[in-house]
Design a protein. Structure first.
Length: 213
């Protein structure tokens, strides 16, 4: 396999404050230099070096804001509110929920910013609604925080019932599974990753396979 130096970048994950912008890798007798990037896009999702989702959330916020213009145009043209709602649910909201199981552990600040997009959309579609909760009731939809939880639970249920699922192997297993000796406080109902004593960080507690199992 041949590497194109002008288009090849290297990505590594770390939690240090410093970041090296260039790295040499030994390839036989020669050293190959790669530019190290702080984030990159993989299958539509931006990954940060510190495993945060700041870049990705900022990206989908900007993308969704641009598409709100289509909702305003339709409203000015006199299109029925329910038809505009369908446009929002099919062209804007999917942006805000794409690959949710991957980045569902975002902070409350980012959750509020994502919710702002839907608030603005419903304010345009249903201007007579006095509050956001009233607009949600008229539209018959959930707020984005609750909707993300529903998506994650549905995805987890599919993982459980399908052994051939690509990430089924990541599901928690019984603490006593494959053990030929007695364990202290051994019970079949206790799962290793369901016990918070095994979680040393918040990132572990909020990991998808642990949080929604």
């Amino acid at each position: 396999m041949m590497l194109t130096m002008s288009t090849t970048l290297k990505k590594y994950f770390h939690f240090a404050n410093c970041c090296h912008g260039y790295m040499d890798i030994n390839a036989g007798k020669e050293k190959i230099g790669f530019i190290c990037v702080t984030n990159y896009k993989l299958l539509g999702v931006y990954l940060n070096e510190d495993l945060s989702w700041n870049t990705h959330i900022d990206y989908i916020l900007k993308k969704a804001c641009k598409r709100l213009y289509s909702v305003r145009i339709l409203k000015r043209a006199g299109v029925a509110s329910l038809n505009i709602l369908k446009v929002y649910l099919t062209t804007i909201r999917p942006i805000l929920e794409y690959a949710v199981p991957v980045w569902q552990s975002i902070s409350d600040t980012w959750c509020d910013k994502l919710e702002t997009i839907q608030k603005r959309a419903l304010k345009i579609i249903f201007p007579f609604a006095e509050t956001y909760f009233e607009a949600l009731e008229v539209a018959g939809i959930d707020n984005l925080t609750d909707w993300r939880t529903i998506i994650c639970k549905k995805y987890m249920s599919r993982m459980k019932i399908s052994p051939n699922h690509p990430v089924h192997a990541l599901l928690p297993k019984n603490t006593g599974e494959n053990c030929n000796y007695e364990l202290r406080d051994k019970t079949e109902d206790v799962l290793l990753y369901q016990d918070f004593r095994f979680c040393r960080t918040k990132k572990t507690e909020n990991f998808f396979t642990f949080k929604y199992y």
